[in-house]
Design a protein around this ligand. Structure first.
Ligand code: BYC
Length: 309
């Protein structure tokens, strides 16, 4: 009976149908989705921290408004994604606990520090740019709630990407000091942005199963190629130098890049990046400081229930 159900499930995916909450699915499909969607949600909320640090130091009111809106959007993305994971049976409490205790993964890229204001622009251009490539691929995912969340999120990230690009291009064409800040930010964010898209395909144990079930519709290296193909020419046109002397376009149009430091990547993923400790401390502090809000909501809903009864 299991074989027949599995065959019917795989036939639906092959036909391009979406799997919805409550539909039959193999346990491994459910587990893979909970793993990926919860890590994605954690990335959104931890991703608020590096840019959030600059809200109080934005150089103008206009930039401050944009940054507040962006950081707030990331919180919203976390909400959509936690809800998508909840449709698979994961609880918010379990996911939060896994994040706060350091058991859960979140994107490596948010363990790097934002040293200058130009980093805020560079994150918008490169990190949101990489996220859009990855999420456009995931918008075609076979699981309905995840794919629909991606469509909405990509629309908002397109605004994030544009504000970052506009800011960096301005600095790249500004005073020598501004140009230096933009170049320095590129030097520090280029490689982490490439790593964000996941390990090399030969070292990506989840990809075969995810691609087979239509969860991922492209491999990590395919998405990385798309990211470089869009961003490398635009960064160069802005007058910036990509910190990879080997980077060049092949005659077939694909891009050749220098070696990615995978040792650094795995160190950061395993918790030993520059900011891993600070990020977890910040999330734990926020959780503790928000306890009274959760308690007040709980008391309010209990009172409502008692009154209704
Ligand atoms: N960082 O088999 P693989 C944003 C882990 S936020 C940490 O290739 P998979 C934004 C991976 O989990 C958007 N860990 O995995 C927010 C796996 O470990 P487990 C962030 C990583 O799933 C605020 C192991 O390495 N986007 O845009 O096939 C401000 C082997 O990897 C990373 C997402 O979260 C990494 N970079 O592919 C601004 C995208 N890469 O779980 C912007 C959603 C890999 O087996 N996730 N690992 O223990 C995905 O699309 C996929 O999970 C990945 C990895 C492409 C990341």
């Amino acid at each position: 009976a299991y074989e027949a159900k599995l065959a019917a499930f795989e036939a639906r995916i092959a036909a391009g149908e979406r799997i919805e909450p409550g539909d039959w699915m193999p346990e491994a499909y459910r587990k893979q989705l909970i793993r990926m969607i919860s890590q994605h949600a954690h990335s959104e909320v931890v991703g608020m921290l590096p840019e959030g640090e600059w809200i109080g130091r934005a150089p103008s009111l206009r930039r401050k408004l944009i940054l507040i809106a962006k950081v707030q959007d990331e919180a919203g993305h976390g909400q959509y994604l936690y809800h998508a994971a909840e449709t698979l049976g994961a609880t918010r409490e379990e996911m939060t606990e896994a994040l706060l205790t350091g058991r859960a993964k979140y994107s490596s890229v948010f363990n790097y520090p934002t040293l200058t204001w130009a980093d805020v622009g560079m994150i918008g251009w490169l990190v949101d740019g990489a996220a859009i490539k990855n999420q456009t691929m995931l918008a075609r995912c076979s699981y309905g709630p995840y794919s629909r969340a991606m469509v909405r999120i990509c629309t908002e990230e397109t605004f994030h990407h544009k504000q970052g690009k506009e800011m960096v291009i301005r600095y790249a064409q500004g005073t020598p000091k501004q140009r230096q800040m933009a170049q320095d930010a590129l030097d520090r964010w280029w490689w982490p942005s490439l790593m964000m898209l996941g390990p090399h395909d030969s070292d990506s144990p989840n990809t075969p199963q995810l691609v087979k079930w239509g969860i991922k519709t492209k491999t990590n290296d395919e998405v990385r190629q798309e990211f470089i193909a869009e961003h490398a020419p635009e960064l160069q046109e802005a007058g910036l130098v990509i910190p990879d002397p080997e980077l060049r376009q092949n005659p077939d149009g694909t891009w050749h890049h220098g070696p990615i430091d995978w040792d650094e990547f795995w160190r950061v993923v395993r918790g030993d990046g520059i900011c891993n400790k600070a990020r977890l401390e910040a999330k734990n502090r926020a959780h503790d400081e928000g306890r009274w809000v959760r308690e007040a909501l709980q008391a309010y809903s209990e009172r409502g229930r008692a009154q209704a009864a």
